[in-house]
Structure formats: C-alpha cells, structure tokens
Design a protein around this ligand. Structure first.
Ligand SMILES: [Zn+2]
Length: 98
C-alpha cells in the first residue's frame, strides 16, 4: 500500500478526533493504514547513523532511510543536518565526526 498525502491528512484528522475524545468508527483497513503512517513517523524520529560509502576516492554520506546524499568527504557542520531534507529521518553523525 502506497501512503499518499491524503492518507496522512486523514490519519492526522482521525488522531486529533480520538485525542479530543470524539467517537471514531472506521474499518480495520483504515486503522491498519493509520498505524502504518504513525509507525513510519515514529521510527523517523529516532536518529539512525548516516550511511557512509566510497566512490572514486570520495566518501559519501547518505540518509539511512531513503539514501538521499547528505555530504561528501569530511562531514562539516553545515552539511551535517539533524534531519534528512528528503524524508525527514533523524540523523546520527556521532561516529562520523571523530
Ligand atoms: Zn531520507
């Protein structure tokens, strides 16, 4: 199942209604979709180590979730973002700055 912006907006709206104590009656497939979206969002909040790879003498650093390129060669402060610009994954650079 592909998550769309509409799926996410619906999940947010239903979650808000639940938090407000409003009754929500939905089919199990919609609940599965909401739990999947919530799980993906929660997992992205936990910082995961940036992935390092070598190519033609250069060191590349990628997002561990979507492989978006984050930095090349030495990770400098301006290129060590706390979150991936592409997917929102929290990033852990700790062992890359030694
Ligand atoms: Zn990413």
């Amino acid at each position: 199942m592909v998550t769309t912006i509409l799926d996410i907006k619906n999940a947010i709206e239903i979650t808000k209604r639940l938090l407000d104590g409003k009754q929500v009656i939905l089919g199990s497939k919609i609940w599965d979709n909401i739990y999947k979206i919530q799980l993906e969002a929660l997992e992205k909040k936990l910082a995961n180590p940036v992935v390092e790879s070598e190519h033609e003498g250069l060191t590349y650093y990628h997002c561990p979730n979507c492989e978006y390129p984050m930095s090349i060669n030495e990770p400098t402060p301006e290129f060590t973002a706390n979150y991936c610009n592409n997917c929102g994954q929290a990033l852990d650079w700790r062992d890359k700055n030694d």
